[in-house]
Every structure is written in C-alpha cells, then in structure tokens.
Design a binder for this molecule. Structure first.
Ligand code: KG4
Ligand code: ZN
Length: 346
C-alpha cells in the first residue's frame, strides 16, 4: 500500500510517500520532501511559533505536490493519508491537519492520525538496504529530540509503554540552550558535535544529573546552569573565551549529555528485559552518541539488537509519520481529527 505522510509539527514542512508491503512489512520511501524555516530561526536563536506557522502555510501545498511527483504517483495511487496531530506548535500543526482533512474529504482517502513521538520511533522501521528491520521485541526506544527525552517500551506494535522522561529540559533543548551560551546559532546540537571533536575532554567536567539515582528519569537543566556559571567565570577574565575554550566546553557538554543518555538507557533495557534498543529524534543524528552506545554494548558484552535510523530520518520528516501509520493503521474520519499540541503517550 502507498501512504502519503504529512508532518508540520514545528519548523519543518514535510510530505512523503512510502510504499509498504503488508506481508513482509518492508517500507520503502518513494519520496520525502522537507522544507525548513530553520534559517529564519537561526537568526533569532530559537523558533518563533508565528513565523514557523506562516512558513508552513507557504510550503505545505508545493511540498505535497512535489512528494507525489517525485514518487511518480498522483492522489489516485495513494491508499491513505497519515498526519501528525501532535505534540507540537499549534499554529504549525493546524496547517498540516487542516490540509490533510481537506485532502481526505476531497480525494476520498482514509486519514490516519499520528503522534509525532511515535513517528520518531517508527523512523527505525524504514527499510534501509544494509539493515534488517526485524527487531526482536521487547524493543526499548530512546526518543531524544528538541522537545522530548523519553524511554518507551514496545512489547509489540500494538503495545507501547512509557517508562521515563525528562523532568525539565529535553536533550536537544539542552544542546540548543547551551549552544546559545557558547554563542552558537540554532539548532546548536550539530555544531556542538563538530566543535567537540577538537575539544579537550579533561579541561571541564559538568554534572551528570540523576545518573546515580534509582529513577530512570532525566534532568538536564542543571547542566545548563553549570555551563552558564563556567561561561560567566571565563568571561570575567579578559579575552578568555576563545575558539579552543568553546570547543572544550562543547566537548564537556556533549560528554555529560551522552553519558547520561547511554547509561540510563542501558539501565532501563536491563530492568525491562528488552531485546532491542533503538534511538530516535534529532539528537540521535549525533554520531558520537551512536558510537558510545556501540562501544558500551561491545565492552560490556551486551547482546541487544541496536539500531539508529538513517540521519535524514532522525530529524523531523514525513516518511517516519507515514511509517508509523502503516504499523498502527488506526483510520479516523476527517471530522473527528483535531490538532493536539499537548499530545503525549497514552
Ligand atoms: O527531532 P527534531 O528534528 O525536532 C523535534 O521534534 O524536536 O530534533 C531537533 C533537535 C534540536 O534540538 C537539535 O539541536 C538536535 O535535535 N540535533 C542534534 C544533532 N542534530 C540535531 N543534537 C546533537 N547532535 C546532533 N548531531
Ligand atoms: Zn521531532
């Protein structure tokens, strides 16, 4: 079957067409168009919801048109429409949701509402040539994005259990806020990763919040405060904030975030007797995070099946939304669908 996915929860306007085999469960991406207003937000250091929504309006129709054209199909060839209904920015979500409802009514196609967070998880089920998508259940998913940090257990496709999450900032938010303190543009995650490669791992050491507590929850706001204090100390000395210092601070930040993410995930996997560990969300595009997971699994001789989506499916995109809809094909009439900015796990 062919599913048209639409994703407009934040600053990306995305439409994709996937072709999914109902027997083999293989998912191929025929097109995945992503238009982003990121460059506008880079100037302001964060997303301005009003601007994001206006840009969504500008891009939504051309992006859907391009997704169909690139997939060499028309609406006649589409079996269903998958749409992100939340969580996200209300103005941005509404653009996608109302467009999808209109298309569903006019094209007479079933509509499948998708939780954006499920979408991130299901990016792992997009078939890549080199990877099998047969993860043994139970699957433990770590979602690390700009808005969320959650550990979720999938006992099967139909059974999803939220285990733990952040008590304050999300991992991506911590990267972005600390990046701002270091004078980096938004989103700072990829920049911190690049700078950290030249950073001295021994010069600074930041706290690993909640690491040694029993709880599987995360907390990253204290890390931001620790970096702020260090930056203030450095700035009080003349000309002390140079390129090397920024790289060293980026390294210490990334080391702290990664250590917490990896250790908590492995602890949860053990506690919940998971067979597989999968990563998802924008921060999972961080190669150092993936490498650290791989190293720890090897060093500790842990037999988990480990998977990370291709980088282009880690950050927001519509292919992951269409894939989530394929595995949880919960069709709802267009007049029963509303955008829900606060949507979370059931
Ligand atoms: O999943 P996503 O595209 O959007 C949300 O749903 O939030 O995630 C965006 C977040 C941003 O905070 C960005 O800084 C972070 O993902 N990010 C990274 C990397 N690439 C994106 N963080 C660390 N390292 C990266 N390479
Ligand atoms: Zn996202």
């Amino acid at each position: 079957m062919k599913i048209l996915g639409i994703e407009t929860s934040c600053d990306e306007t995305s439409a994709a067409v996937i072709s999914a085999d109902t027997k083999t469960k293989q998912v191929s991406v025929l097109s995945n168009i992503v238009a982003s207003s990121l460059i506008l937000h880079a100037r302001t250091g964060g997303i301005i919801p009003e601007i994001a929504a206006r840009e969504q309006m500008k891009y939504i129709v051309p992006v859907i048109d391009k997704a169909l054209t690139e997939a060499q199909t028309t609406h006649d060839g589409i079996d269903a429409i998958a749409i992100t209904v939340g969580p996200g920015l209300i103005g941005s979500l509404l653009v996608g949701v109302e467009t999808a409802k209109t298309l569903s009514l006019v094209w007479k196609k079933p509509l499948i509402p998708v939780n954006h967070l499920y979408g991130h998880i299901y990016a792992n089920w997009i078939t890549e040539e080199t990877n099998s998508q047969e993860f043994p259940f139970p699957v433990l998913a770590l979602i690390v994005s700009g808005g969320h940090t959650d550990l979720v257990l999938l006992k099967s496709h139909a059974s999803l259990q939220w285990i733990a999450g952040t008590r304050d900032d999300a991992a991506g938010e911590a990267f972005d806020k600390i990046g701002r303190l270091l004078g980096l543009s938004y989103p700072a995650g990829p920049l911190i990763e690049t700078l950290a490669r030249n950073g001295d791992p021994k010069r600074y050491h930041f706290p690993r919040p909640l690491l040694h507590e029993n709880s599987l929850d995360f907390s990253f706001s204290g890390l931001k405060t620790a970096v702020l204090r260090e930056v203030q100390k450095i700035n009080s000395k003349t000309n002390a904030m140079n390129e090397q210092t920024i790289a060293d601070l980026a390294r210490a930040t990334q080391d702290a975030l990664i250590e917490v993410l990896v250790k908590k995930t492995l602890k949860a996997a053990k506690q919940y007797e998971a067979e597989s560990i999968i990563l998802s969300g924008g921060v999972s595009a961080n190669q150092t995070l993936t490498n650290t997971f791989t190293q720890e699994l090897q060093t500790q001789n842990l037999p988990y099946f480990f998977h990370v989506p291709h980088k282009k499916y880690c950050t927001d995109n519509a292919a992951m939304i269409a894939t989530a809809a394929f595995f949880n094909n919960n069709q709802v009439s267009w007049d029963k669908i509303t955008a829900d900015p606060e949507l979370y796990f059931d």
